[in-house]
Design a protein around this ligand. Structure first.
Ligand code: CA
Length: 484
C-alpha cells in the first residue's frame, strides 16, 4: 500500500513537472478568430534550445499575416461583416481592378514613349549621317573653282519665280543641276549639294514625265481647279493620350452602303504595332470621342499614309512596301500588292520622318501613291493605282526631293507639297501637274497651328484637307479655281 501511494505521488510529481514545461498560447488573428496553440517538449528533442517563447510568437505572427493575405485573396473576409479591417480589405479588393487598369495604362504609355524615343533616335542617326554628308559636300564645294556665270539665278532666287520654272520645264529629262557632275566626274549622282542644303531655288526646276498623261478638260465640268488658298485649321478633336500625338483620320469620299458617308475613321499611329481602326458615326461623335466601331486590322499599319476609298481602307503594311486593301464590310484583306521598288521604313520619308515613305491619297481621279525609289534617288514618284487590284496604272517621276517637304496631297490630279511640318506659318510650296507633267513653285500660305503636322490629305467629297497636328485632328477649307 505504501509502495502504491509512493508511485502515485511520483507520477503526480512527474505530471506537474511536465505541465510546467508545456505551453498553451491563445490569441486572436486579424479576422477576429481565436487561435489556440499547445506545445509540449518532445523527450527525443530535449536538447533543442529555446523552444517556444519569442520564436513561436514570431511564427504565429507570420502565420497570421499569411492567413489574412490568403483570406483577402480568396474573398474570405466577407465572412465577418462587422470588423473594420474587413471593410478596408473589401475596398482594397474593389480598387484593385482600378489600380491594375492604371498600371496597365502607365505601362502602355511607357512602351509608347519608348517606341517614340527609338524612332527619334533613328531619325537623329539619319540626320547626323546627312549632316556628315553635307559637311563633306561643303568641303568639296569649297575646293572647286567657281562655275562660270549662266542664266541660272542665284540660290536665293525666290520660290515664287514661276516664270523660271515654266521655262525650265522643257524637254530635257533632268534639270542642269541634277545632271551637273560632282567632283568625281560622276554625273549620274543626284546627291548634288544643293539638294542637301535645302536651298529652295535649286530644288525644283524641271519635272519629268515618264508616262503619257491623261487628256485634260475635266476642270470646269467637275468643279476641279487649282488650289488657290487654304483656310485656318478647324479643330475637331484633341486626343487625350500619348498614342494620339500623331495619326491619320479619314472619311470615305465614295462610301458604300455598309458605312455611310458621314462615318469618320481614325488610326492612332504612335507605337510599333498599330492595328486599331476606330469608326465614329459622324464628326460630332469623333469630337465627343465615342467610337461606334473598333476593328483590329490583321496586319500592322506603317505610319500615317493610309486612306479610305469605296468602302476599303488602303494602308502600307508595317516594314514593307506592301499595300493592303482592307474591306470594311467583310473586315478582311481584299487585296495586297507590293508597290514596285518603293522605299520603305525610313528610306525615303518626308522631312517629318516617322517612316512616312509611302503616302496614299485619293482625289477626284482615284487612288494614288506618293513615294520614292532607288532609281529616283529620293525624288517623289507618283503612281496611280487600280483601287481594286492595287496595280500601278501610271507613274510620274518628279524632281521634288521627298525628304525636303513635310507632306503632300493630290487635288484634281495635281500633287501639292507642304514646306514644313513645324513652322506655324508655312506654305504649299510645289505643285506637280500629272496632266502636263510639269512642276511649278507655289507660295500658298498654310498653317501648322500646333507645330507638328504628321498627316495631310485631301477629301474630294468634302473638298477639304484633313490633317493631324500634334494631338489635334483638324481640317482646312480650301478654295479651288483658275490661277490668274
Ligand atoms: Ca498625305
Amino acid at each position: 500500500m505504501f509502495l502504491l501511494l509512493s508511485l502515485c505521488v511520483y507520477v503526480l510529481l512527474l505530471g506537474g513537472e511536465a505541465q510546467d514545461r508545456a505551453a498553451l498560447w491563445r490569441d486572436n488573428d486579424r479576422s477576429g478568430r481565436c487561435h489556440y496553440s499547445f506545445t509540449v517538449p518532445s523527450p527525443a528533442e530535449a536538447s533543442c534550445p529555446q523552444i517556444g517563447g519569442p520564436e513561436v510568437e514570431g511564427l504565429k505572427a507570420r502565420l497570421t499575416l499569411l492567413e489574412v493575405l490568403v483570406s483577402r485573396l480568396s474573398g474570405g473576409e466577407a465572412m465577418d461583416a462587422d470588423a473594420p479591417s474587413q471593410t478596408q480589405s473589401r475596398s482594397q479588393s474593389r480598387s484593385q481592378p482600378g489600380l491594375q487598369e492604371a498600371l496597365n495604362q502607365a505601362l502602355g504609355e511607357r512602351n509608347l514613349l519608348r517606341s517614340e524615343k527609338e524612332r527619334l533616335e533613328t531619325e537623329l542617326e539619319g540626320l547626323q549621317r546627312r549632316l556628315g554628308d553635307m559637311r563633306l559636300e561643303i568641303e568639296n564645294l569649297r575646293s572647286r573653282p567657281c562655275p562660270p556665270q549662266s542664266a541660272v539665278p542665284p540660290p536665293s532666287a525666290p520660290l515664287q519665280d514661276s516664270s523660271l520654272l515654266r521655262t525650265a520645264g522643257g524637254s530635257r529629262p533632268m534639270s542642269h543641276l541634277i545632271g551637273r557632275p560632282n567632283n568625281r566626274g560622276d554625273s549620274s549622282s543626284l546627291r548634288d549639294p544643293a539638294w542637301g542644303f535645302g536651298v529652295p531655288g535649286f530644288q525644283e526646276l524641271k519635272a519629268e514625265v515618264t508616262e503619257v498623261p491623261a487628256p485634260n478638260g475635266q476642270e470646269d465640268a467637275t468643279g476641279c481647279g487649282e488650289l488657290l488658298s487654304v483656310g485656318e485649321p478647324v479643330i475637331h478633336r484633341k486626343t487625350d493620350t500619348i498614342a494620339g500625338k500623331y495619326g491619320v483620320w479619314m472619311q470615305d469620299p465614295e462610301a458604300v452602303s455598309t458605312y455611310g458617308p458621314n462615318m469618320v475613321w481614325r488610326i492612332d499611329t504612335v507605337g510599333s504595332d498599330v492595328r486599331q481602326l476606330f469608326g465614329y458615326d459622324d464628326l460630332e461623335q469623333l469630337s465627343k470621342g465615342f467610337p461606334s466601331k473598333v476593328m483590329l486590322l490583321p496586319e500592322a499599319v506603317e505610319s500615317t499614309g493610309a486612306t479610305l476609298y469605296r468602302g476599303s481602307l488602303y494602308y502600307q503594311r508595317r516594314q514593307s512596301r506592301t499595300i493592303l486593301r482592307y474591306d470594311l464590310a467583310s473586315e478582311s484583306v481584299a487585296a495586297r500588292r507590293d508597290l514596285p521598288h518603293a522605299g520603305f521604313h525610313g528610306q525615303f520619308p518626308y522631312s517629318w520622318g516617322g517612316y512616312t515613305d509611302i503616302d496614299l491619297a485619293v482625289d477626284e481621279g482615284g487612288l494614288w501613291a506618293v513615294y520614292s525609289t532607288s532609281k529616283a534617288k529620293g525624288a517623289i514618284v507618283i503612281s496611280q493605282l487600280d483601287p481594286h487590284s492595287l496595280q500601278v496604272k501610271r507613274s510620274w517621276e518628279t524632281a521634288i526631293r521627298k525628304n525636303s517637304v513635310a507632306n503632300s496631297f493630290l487635288i484634281c490630279g495635281r500633287l501639292y507639297t507642304v514646306a514644313s511640318y513645324t513652322a506655324p506659318n508655312t506654305t504649299v510650296n510645289w505643285v506637280y501637274d500629272t496632266v502636263s507633267g510639269q512642276a511649278r513653285a507655289a507660295a500658298i500660305p498654310f498653317r501648322n497651328k500646333f507645330r507638328y503636322n504628321s498627316m495631310i490629305d485631301y477629301n474630294p467629297a468634302q473638298r477639304k484637307l484633313y490633317a493631324w497636328d500634334n494631338f489635334h485632328i483638324v481640317s482646312y477649307d480650301i478654295r479651288l479655281g483658275r490661277r490668274q
